[in-house]
Write a protein of this length. Structure first.
Lengths: 113, 113
């Protein structure tokens, strides 16, 4: 079946602008994660959604970052007033339930000029 | 403070030989460990995992070893194939929590024909 999809694949924006990144998880997966990978770094956890539970936002680096998951499926990560240090690849993953293998999308490469 | 460390940024081996990728962790609460493989412009793909109750897990050419006392794990690939050339990420998690993965920075493996 279809894997995790993310859009756009690339996004170039100017400092101070807002951006929205989209993730479509694998159908039926109840858990959804956002990570980011900055240049030369490992993947850094941002936020986790599991079913109807309150999301774990402990990885969000600042209040400029927010995410929502509508209808238990599609998720949008929003970065307000982007800064150059926000430049990274943003990866979404989903799993059948919280303890199962996480399957990653191809990522969105964000460049803030 | 990096909780998962992959101290070798790169590794080069000859086709047919063994590849050994190493990973160290500092958080004694971690009880589940995973290896992901990543090709350029793609998301990471799950390779193999191991629970802290085991010290070895094998899947075909891939074996993961866990030494809890040393807080060290390793991934062995034998025999190595050119298609194994990729970046390998070690990840750890605490099961029963949010299941967020804590990643190392990755090791780039090159298998030469």
């Amino acid at each position: 079946g279809a894997g995790v999809s993310q859009s756009p694949s690339n996004k170039v924006t100017e400092k101070g602008k807002d951006v929205e990144l989209r993730c479509d998880p694998i159908s039926g997966h109840t858990a959804l994660y956002w990570y980011r990978q900055s240049l030369g770094q490992g993947l850094e956890f941002l936020i986790y959604f599991q079913g109807n539970s309150a999301p774990d936002k402990s990885g969000l680096p600042s209040d400029r970052f927010s995410a929502e998951r509508t209808g238990g499926s599609v998720s949008t990560l929003t970065i307000q007033r982007t800064q150059q240090e926000d430049s990274a690849v943003y990866l979404c993953a989903s799993s059948l339930a919280g303890r199962d293998t996480q399957y990653f999308g191809p990522g969105t490469r964000l460049t803030v000029l | 403070d990096q909780q998962v460390k992959q101290n070798s940024p790169s590794l080069s081996v000859q086709e047919g030989r063994i590849s050994i990728l190493n990973c160290d962790y500092t958080n004694s609460m971690f009880d589940y460990f995973l290896w992901y493989k990543k090709y350029p412009a793609e998301g990471p793909t799950f390779l193999i995992s191991i629970s802290s109750i085991k010290d070895k897990n094998e899947d075909g050419r891939f074996t993961v070893f866990l030494n809890k006392s040393a807080k060290h794990l390793s991934l062995h690939i034998v025999p190595s194939q050119p298609g194994d050339s990729a970046v390998y990420f070690c990840a750890a998690t605490v099961q029963g929590g949010s299941e967020k993965l804590v990643f190392g920075k990755g090791t780039k493996l090159t298998v030469n024909p």
